[in-house]
Design a protein around this ligand. Structure first.
Ligand SMILES: [Zn+2]
Length: 129
């Protein structure tokens, strides 16, 4: 999961990665404040976990979409060749639909990722008053 916050010095965005599901787990592992280095001004500072947000990794999302579409297209081309000679068109269309499953799988994965991002951003370590 991609995390971001703003630099205390230059106010530009700092991003980092985590495999942990939420802020509570992040705090258990690193404490309530984590040290981050700004890639723009090179300033190192402590950032409170509640000031860090999870976001979509758009580059990764686009690469995955291209990859899954390519797999679905290649598989469909091979399936088409077979299905042209297939005697039952309804069953043939059903089989072709199965070959489109990488696209469905892509949307399922994105849905799970979005749920994780929402979950991360929803729970704070400190109780807000
Ligand atoms: Zn900076």
């Amino acid at each position: 999961m991609k995390l971001y916050t703003y630099c205390q010095n230059c106010n530009r965005s700092i991003t980092t990665q985590t495999s942990l599901p939420d802020r509570i787990k992040l705090a258990q592992k690193y404490g309530k404040e984590i040290k981050l280095k700004c890639p723009h001004c090179r300033t190192e500072a402590m950032y409170h976990i509640d000031s860090i947000k999870a976001v979509k990794n758009k580059t990764q999302e686009r690469i995955m979409l291209v990859l899954f579409l390519t797999i679905a297209a290649i598989v469909s081309v091979f399936a088409m060749d077979f299905l042209i000679h297939y005697p039952w068109p309804v069953i043939g269309a059903g089989i072709l639909l199965i070959f489109q499953s990488p696209i469905l799988l892509y949307f399922i994965i994105q849905r799970i990722k979005n749920k994780r991002i929402n979950n991360f951003n929803f729970y704070f370590v400190e109780v807000k008053e």
